[in-house]
Design a binder for this molecule. Structure first.
Ligand SMILES: *Cc1c(COP(=O)(O)O)cnc(C)c1O
Length: 509
């Protein structure tokens, strides 16, 4: 999105490199140009500018698919002009989406009869899927409360503090209170015991995550289910569970088929999964599946007929592309169970290899789990090193790697981690190369003076001077100091640094 800011003079126009053969004048950056330009020029201008984007394959920050087979790329391009919502005009595309919904529902062990159709819908991603699932829970809860003559104006949802931002969006946009189970120093996912304790009569559902965004760990859905069954029995409520399987939904069924996290558990009423993560499709597809018809209130479904025959829809957006759905169907039939299992096993093995490589350096503590999303999350063991995870991430960029560093949510905020997501296109060779480059970065930083801010912040942390109310929005710690204090620290630091350099030189000479 665009938030307004004042443009500097150099921001005002778009200059082009090769396109200058076609256009003499620069294009205005934020205003529509007066005249048309040749198509070659438009292509060249945009192509030149896009060269500065990172390489998606080296983007280790993202779970989202960056590679598909050329045959599928062709199907995608061939259907790029089909609007998915025109179901009557493109009945085959609709049929493919229905097949995907059914395949995924079976994968998640939905209790479907022999000829019974699954209930679910394709979405733009897990975020939309979660909004829809959340709305269904809210409406179901409201209907029940109304029927009982009880107030229905204070719905809440219980999650771990590690939830993905889309849950916070759902809560704010649709006015549901988000009750977050706090994390602790060594436990970075929702504790089912605490979650069950937080449930009250206004809880529309508990959302468990299969594959926490922060460290890939699977939450214990089975334990949560058992605790809630018991709580429901005692209280007479029927608090359900939603599983956010955005990343884990296409992993657990292939790597740990015996792990019970899905519709095998009676309180799991809906599940979302991102087709564009381990579903192996490019960005723009997600799925939400309901356990049965009864779990999706009829009044949320709209019936449209102005594009032809009656079509039921439950989505937030009206129009959208068909390509992603076609691509999802391609992957499901092309790979089959065997193919998905091979891809996931490969990813898992590469993650284990990377993990071992990082452990061997002796410098990192691994905070991801062996059973979970194939990623490696790790933080520095030595907090007084003088360099931090952010510096490692920054230095790695010089080698072309994009590895994010971030702080954990409230209550574990002082923990910073680096995270490498292993996707299908991350080969073993790349994993070896990455360990090699991280080792290089460590050595390079070893020989550099400590990062000033890190030093100061560590020092004053020891003095217990961290002012919590000053904590930055992005989770960084802001240390409150007087100007003279800071000045003095910087001067002393630099004096020592220069002296050390001088004495070193003397030694060498
Ligand atoms: C990625 C992710 C989401 C959001 O999914 P999109 O498909 O990107 O909208 C939600 N929850 C979890 C756990 C995720 O990992």
């Amino acid at each position: 999105m665009v938030l307004s800011k004042i443009a500097s003079q150099s921001d005002v126009s778009v200059h082009s490199t090769f396109a200058s053969r076609y256009v003499r004048e620069s294009l205005p950056r934020y205003k529509m140009p007066e005249n048309s330009i040749p198509k070659e020029a438009a292509f060249q201008i945009i192509n030149d500018e896009l060269m500065l984007d990172g390489n998606p394959r080296l983007n280790l920050a993202s779970f989202v698919t960056t590679w598909m087979e050329p045959e599928c790329d062709k199907l995608i391009m061939d259907s790029i002009n089909k609007n998915y919502v025109d179901m009557d005009e493109y009945p085959v595309t609709t049929e493919l989406q229905n097949r995907c919904v059914n395949i995924i529902a079976h994968l998640f062990n939905a209790p479907l009869g022999e000829s019974e159709a699954a209930v679910g819908v394709g979405t733009v991603g897990s975020s939309e899927a979660i909004m829809l699932a959340g709305l269904a829970f809210k409406r179901k809860w409201q209907n029940k409360r109304k029927a009982e003559g009880k107030p229905y104006d204070k719905p809440n949802i219980v999650t771990g503090a590690n939830v993905q931002v889309c849950w916070e969006k759902f809560a704010r946009y649709f006015e549901v209170e988000l009750k977050e189970v706090k994390l602790t120093e060594d436990y970075y996912v929702m504790d089912p015991v605490k979650a069950a304790e937080m449930v009250d009569e206004n809880t529309i559902c508990v959302a468990a995550i299969l594959g926490s965004t922060l460290n890939g760990e699977f939450e214990d859905v089975k334990l949560l289910n058992d605790l809630l069954v018991e709580k429901n029995r005692i209280t007479g409520w029927d608090t359900p569970i939603h599983v956010d399987a955005a990343s884990g939904g296409f992993i657990a069924p292939f790597l740990w088929p015996d792990l019970e996290w899905d519709f095998r558990l009676p309180l799991v009423k809906s599940i979302n999964v991102s087709g564009h993560k381990y579903g192996l499709v490019y960005a723009g597809v997600g799925w939400v599946i309901w356990r049965s018809k009864e779990d999706l209130p009829e009044e949320l479904i709209f019936h449209i007929n102005y594009l032809g025959t009656d079509q039921p829809t439950f989505t937030l957006n009206f129009s959208k592309g068909s390509s992603q759905i076609i691509a999802q169907y391609y992957q499901l039939i092309r790979l089959g169970y065997e193919g998905y299992r091979n891809v996931m096993e490969n990813c898992h093995e590469n993650a284990m290899m990377l993990k071992e490589g990082l452990e061997k350096t002796g410098r990192f503590k691994i905070v991801s789990k062996d059973i979970g999303v194939p990623l490696v999350a790790f933080s520095l063991v030595d907090k007084s090193w003088g360099h931090d995870e952010f510096e490692i991430a920054e230095t790695l960029r010089r080698f072309g790697w994009i590895v994010p560093a971030y702080t954990m949510p409230a209550d574990a905020k002082h923990i910073t981690v680096l995270r490498v997501v292993i996707r299908e296109d991350f080969s073993r060779t790349l994993a070896e190369r990455l360990v090699h480059d991280i080792t290089k970065v460590l050595h390079e930083l070893d020989s550099l003076p400590a990062k000033l801010s890190a030093k100061i912040s560590v020092k004053s942390e020891e003095n217990g001077k961290i002012n919590d109310t000053e904590a930055g929005k992005n989770g960084t710690t802001v240390v409150k100091k007087t100007a003279t204090e800071t000045q003095r620290e910087i001067t002393t630091y630099w004096r020592n640094f220069v002296m050390a350099k001088k004495s070193n030189r003397n030694k060498i000479c």
